[in-house]
Write a protein that binds this ligand. Sequence first.
Ligand code: HEM
Length: 226
Amino acid sequence: MNWFVKTFSGSIGRKLLMALTGLFLCTFLVIHLIGNLQLLKTDGGEAFNHYAKFMTSNPLIKTVSYLLYTSILAHAVFALLLTIANRKARPQGYTVVNNQSSWSSRNMGILGTIVLAFIVFHMKDFWAEYHFEDLPMYTLQDGTVVKDLYLEVMNAFKSGIYVALYVVCMGAIGFHLWHGFESGFQTLGLNHKKYTPFIKTTGKVFSVAISIAFAIIPLTVYFFRQ
Ligand code: HEM
């Protein structure tokens, strides 16, 4: 236990934890996206409500959810601790901007803060509503009666301001991943002449694809499903 505390209380250990939690959150995004794409089906909510029921009742997924919440918190807290430590080490801040670094890499703090604010706002809306509020019910084809989360999402995306906010936040997530994906692999030491260019390209493609695919959902609901 002692080695664990020692490893993860130092700045290298904290960076390592940020990389591990960050890459785990990337995996979550892919699964969440696949589930959310069910919202685009014109089946009255059957596929999406089925998916929501599975995600909230399967014991294995419920356990992984706790790992997800812990990862979000740990990623944000370690980011804050590292930023404070870096500021202390360089009290005057940066006076020279490294032209080689991308805009994303220089703004990870603000981008991460926007993403965290989005997650809090987003979970308050959909997650908390689904778990703690009385919602209209939906009967699945197999006869199970579930809360109609599909209807909740459709109603939320009726608002143009809400949709615009979502699209802006998806942009922030894209920029955060633009630097974060490759940085995570670099921290894990996966730096190799042959594989690094591949990881970098995958990171760029991943960040653009994820943000566009998520943004398409509220936009499609707003323009084509009302
Ligand atoms: C169009 C975009 C999105 C839609 C329509 C959407 C929809 C939903 C819905 C309906 C839920 C509640 C049901 C559930 O737990 O699966 C949920 C939960 C959640 N969403 Fe999203 N989401 C979107 C994007 C995102 C993004 C980009 C993130 C992260 C940056 C995110 C993070 C979360 C988290 C952490 C939860 C709680 C998951 C859990 O309890 O297991 N969502 N989302």
